[in-house]
Design a protein around this ligand. Sequence first.
Ligand code: PLP
Length: 405
Amino acid sequence: MHRDDFPILTQHVHGKPLVYLDNAATTQKPTAVTDAIVEAYTTWNANIHRGTHHLSIVATEKHEQARALLASFIGAAEPEEIVFTRGTTESLNLLAFSFGEAFVSEGDEIVVSTLEHHSNIVPWQMLCERKKAVLKVIPLRDDLTLDIDALPGLLTQHTKIVSVALVSNVLGTVQPVQEIIRLAHERHIPVCVDGAQAAPHLPVSVRAMDCDFFVCSAHKMYGPTGIGLLYGKRSWLEQLPPYQGGGEMIEHVRWSGTTYNQLPYRFEAGTPDYVGSYAFGVAVRYMQTIGVETLSQHESELIAYAEQQLQQVEGVVVYAAGQKKAGALSFNVYDTSGKLVHPFDIGTLLDRQGIAVRTGHHCAEPLIDHLGVPGTVRLSIALYNSTEDIDAFILALRRATQMLA
Ligand code: PLP
């Protein structure tokens, strides 16, 4: 699907055609996006906001148009609810810091789940350390689904926020976020949704979901590296103090003190990545042109095909087999004596055959510990992948397992 838009995919690696199945780490970029970056630097580059000259006005318009486009892409009520950040990680650090300053004190509780990415664990742990608060964790059932029945017991009068991923970056499974939001809201607790692995694959509407915060990264959505967003409901963002100080985020600076700018600029200290925001906008427009429903359908068929093919390879165990997945799955290989083949060895042998997958803990060590393995092999797809890619991957995997036997 639209493979010709991605020139990087035409290359050979180790003499074999590249099969790129590491999209959960980062997606490749269509020429529409790389052209947009060149266009920005060659035709309208200038620092934005407060500029009186032509280029600055154009650059400001492009940046703010991108904000409006992204707001509509994720279904936000207004562009001011979109804060540009360096990516999901910075969004979560911003939120944990600012929300923590405003609302968390000693003895309070924050709830995450067992399958979170480190980005949705460590900033909360740091906050808990700073404020002497407690981090609580939604457990997993044996089938690796979230034990949602345990959630009501974890939500107390001390719970200040719940933060969970919509799609697991390791298992690819879609989490029951709607139910989590319902249970939390019944108790007036806000919910942050980590959409890093959802926004590239599923239609997202923050308003339909009714989450209070949402975060994602452009580079996983065909956009550039170094930019992402934090969505927050206006009513919440207005209550949060700034995260970083500097230019842009102020209203007035006097020796007697500083007053802060309005939303969303209050959270965007310094020169923003306006070329990045513009290219992020171009990337989501690219997704919209194809149709998010269309790419989502294509990917869900492809991941089901990959899972079904993998299960026919001797010694392969697919995690969370049979569950609804978006964009990714994880597996391991066991040899004939039942011993785990180290995922790194599988990854290396696949790479020699031109197949790019990721192996290891995928920045989700608590989940990997739960699985009781040193890591997994993760296959992750994007709109440009095809059944031919999966077939090439399966063939290469069979060769790899034969070599290791
Ligand atoms: N959350 C999830 C679920 C992820 O998959 C990732 C990246 O893999 C992140 C957070 C962190 O994203 P970034 O590295 O773009 O900040």
